[in-house]
Design a protein around this ligand. Structure first.
Ligand SMILES: *[C@@H]1O[C@H](CO)[C@@H](O)[C@H](O)[C@H]1NC(C)=O
Length: 226
């Protein structure tokens, strides 16, 4: 089956970091593409990419696809409402860099307790980047699963620009994890003030390209049609 992808890159500028987190949550709740209920609840919700040197703010796994048999979570770069960037130059550059990667994905392979995942990048979904070039992992750091460490190695060296902590700020039921949510807002505002361009980080850019999938095959005829 040949698929044609039309990509519409629609930036959406949001008034605040809190709005970005809310948007990531709300977008998926009634969405038929929301990740299967089989995903362990500790992975649901919205995560702050705390202490990420890159200008990115939060992410969610809710729009990913999940296979409970293999415990494999696939995160499509082109999926909308999964990732937010800051509205600084660096945020835009990160966004452009991702666009250049094209329709790629990250595949998380979790262990039995979902406390650890190895992460592999597939360029254009088919070319796996070997571990000796790029290797990443996610490791749970607390008892409940509200915090994970994300580490990345580039050519065998820990790549600090891609190392950060994932901290849950909206839980599986949509409740804000008060302390962490406030910490996210103040920390991101602080970072904005000392930003390269000195622009307050009141707004952030929601990275929400829309990938419209058009099959080259005809739609099956609906039964009963004349
Ligand atoms: C899963 O990973 C965690 C964290 O690295 C580790 O403590 C645990 O033993 C692993 N569980 C299994 C079943 O491999």
């Amino acid at each position: 089956e040949i698929l044609v992808f039309f990509l519409f890159f629609n930036f959406q500028k949001l008034p605040s970091v809190a709005d970005a987190a809310d948007k990531l949550w709300e977008h998926w709740q009634q969405n038929p593409l929301r990740v299967a209920g089989s995903l362990p609840v500790k992975l649901l919700g919205v995560w702050w990419m705390r202490s990420s040197p890159a200008d990115e703010i939060c992410l969610t796994f809710e729009g990913d696809t999940f296979d409970p048999q293999t415990r494999q979570l696939t995160s499509d770069f082109m999926q909308e409402c999964t990732w937010t960037f800051g509205a600084h130059t660096v945020g835009y550059l990160s966004y452009v860099l991702l666009l250049l990667c094209g329709r790629s994905c990250l595949v998380y392979r979790f262990n039995e307790t979902y406390a650890h995942a190895s992460i592999k990048l597939y360029i254009w979904w088919v070319v796996p980047i070997p571990d000796c070039i790029l290797k990443a992992e996610l490791t749970q750091e607390d008892n409940v699963g509200d915090q994970f460490a994300r580490r990345t190695w580039l050519f065998g060296q820990l790549h600090l620009y891609r190392c950060y902590t994932l901290r849950k700020v909206i839980d599986k039921s949509g409740n804000k994890v008060a302390v962490d949510f406030q910490q996210m807002e103040s920390a991101e505002a602080e970072r904005g003030r000392s930003g390269v361009q000195g622009i307050p980080r009141r707004s952030c850019t929601l990275w929400s390209p829309k990938a419209t999938q058009v099959s080259s095959e005809k739609q099956p005829l609906t039964s009963g049609s004349a």
